[in-house]
Design a protein around this ligand. Structure first.
Ligand code: RP5
Length: 169
């Protein structure tokens, strides 16, 4: 059963939204990733959202660029938590999509992530965190993920300091 639906506004966004999918793969969370546009295929977006909800999806991730209305439109159709990823797709560096995603009117929340690949990665992690509220196995995996991340930074720091010391000799 797909726990997460990932929608993205265009095939030109896929390379960014794959980062969310990679996280869900890593945590063993079932998902569907597909393309649907708030502006170009509004009815299809609505059908996908209600279909996913009926099939038991618990979180929706939406990535879009430019006047990024996808996450907000999805949030208008569902009570599931919606995570929005602003994508850089114009000369404005993604600021257009960030503001469109984050500035939701009161009553219709969207959890807005950072612009681009870091935001997509965090959307995947945030979805896992939501699912982990009632899944102890996922919680353990998240703890292990954080421990690995901390260990990797410590390793880099030790290497950096050792190399710097060597250079000063
Ligand atoms: C948005 O418009 C999409 O999410 C995409 O980021 C942007 C440009 O879409 P294309 O013209 O590349 O299909 O709706």
């Amino acid at each position: 059963m797909e726990k997460v639906l990932i929608l993205t506004g265009s095939d030109s966004d896929i390379h960014v939204m794959e980062k969310a999918a990679e996280v869900l793969d890593e945590f063993g969370v079932a998902y569907r990733l597909t393309i649907a546009s708030a502006h170009r295929t509004p009815d299809y977006v609505k059908r996908l959202v209600s279909g996913a909800e009926k099939k038991g999806a618990e979180v929706i991730i939406a990535g879009a660029g430019m006047a990024a209305h996808l996450a907000g439109v999805i949030a208008s159709h569902t009570t599931l938590p919606v995570i929005g990823v602003p994508i850089e797709a114009s000369g404005l560096g993604g600021l257009d999509a960030l503001l469109s995603t984050v500035q939701m009117p009161g009553g219709v929340p969207v959890a807005a992530m950072a612009i681009g690949k870091a935001g997509a990665k965090n959307a995947g992690l945030f979805a896992v965190q939501i699912l982990a509220i009632k899944d102890a196995g996922l919680r353990k995996k998240l703890q292990a993920y954080k421990a690995r991340m901390a260990a990797s930074v410590r390793k880099k720091a030790a290497k950096f300091e050792a190399e710097r010391k060597k250079g000063k000799k």
